[in-house]
Design a protein around this ligand. Structure first.
Ligand code: DGL
Length: 272
């Protein structure tokens, strides 16, 4: 059941993804807005979202949103490109009082920065199917060569902590080699899991190709929306962070520590 209390500045920011990928956004939010409390949900019982029908992804994201509202979320970050592309507009319709911040592949900055006129975008299959991606290409894609590639298997590799194994590297080479041959100089990481593969990706593409992760821009947008609505954290104390997964709490904890290189996390298993 949704929390009917009005949102207060001390309430947490809700953040969700199908798994650990959204932690690449979470860490940037915590870095930029250290006084904010956060509640993070990984819907690992249903991962990967990126290979499910759009309607199913919409339904799953509504359930996660309801859970976050029971935790008092004052703003919800859809820290998943797949869920944002499939469901952001329906979430805004269904929960009109809730401020949402979503992700979109950073096509615009890539187009602004390219010198070769060729940019690459990697994401899940569902992200490329949604209207959101088609809209980005229509608005910003003029005059550049856009090389898109759906990359099944990479989300699973990050979830398993296989960030730098020979298998993950081979998969990445398979996806990226045609883009390199096409002369890209900007590579948009269109899935929140992929920044955790940045070191391996950069080794493959070389220093001439810039990787673009939208997490810092998303965190800035979260800060702007909170300020506009008078919802920024009132205290200067470091925020408290709670993590929930619909999968296995111990597994989430282990992989999250590996990805974030941090203290043990407060993780609770839930069913969504
Ligand atoms: N992190 C999600 C994204 O940004 C991965 C989605 C999935 O579960 O396939 O698209």
């Amino acid at each position: 059941m949704a929390n009917t209390e009005p949102s207060l500045p001390g309430n947490p920011i809700g953040i969700f993804d199908s798994g650990v990928g959204g932690l690449s956004v979470w860490r940037e939010i915590v870095r930029q807005l250290p006084a904010e409390n956060t509640v993070y949900v990984a819907d690992q019982a249903h991962i990967p979202y990126g290979q499910r029908p759009l309607d199913e992804v919409r339904h799953l994201t509504e359930n996660v949103t309801r859970f976050l509202l029971t935790q008092g979320a004052k703003l919800i970050v859809v820290a998943c490109n797949t869920a944002s592309g499939a469901a952001l507009h329906t979430l805004r319709e269904k929960f009109p009082d809730v401020p949402f911040v979503g992700m979109e592949p950073a096509v615009k900055p890539a187009v602004e920065r390219t010198r070769t006129g060729a940019i690459g975008v990697i994401a899940t299959p569902v992200t490329f199917q949604g209207d959101l991606f088609a809209g980005l290409v229509a608005r910003f894609g003029n005059g550049v060569k856009l090389h898109t590639r759906a990359c099944p298997g990479l989300v699973e590799a990050v979830e398993a902590g296989a960030l730098d194994t020979p298998e993950t590297e081979a998969l990445l080479r398979h996806y990226l080699t045609p883009m390199l041959a096409a002369g890209i100089d900007q590579l948009v990481l269109g899935c929140t899991h992929y920044p955790f593969l940045s070191a391996t990706i950069q080794r493959i593409v070389g220093s001439e190709v810039t990787l673009i992760d939208p997490a810092p821009a998303v965190a800035r947008q979260v800060g702007r929306v909170l300020t506009q609505r008078g919802l920024a954290a009132p205290s200067t104390q470091p925020g408290q962070h709670h993590f929930y997964t619909s999968g296995d709490a111990a597994k989430f904890s282990a992989i999250a520590r590996r990805l974030l290189g941090d203290e043990p996390l407060n993780v609770t298993a839930i069913s969504i």
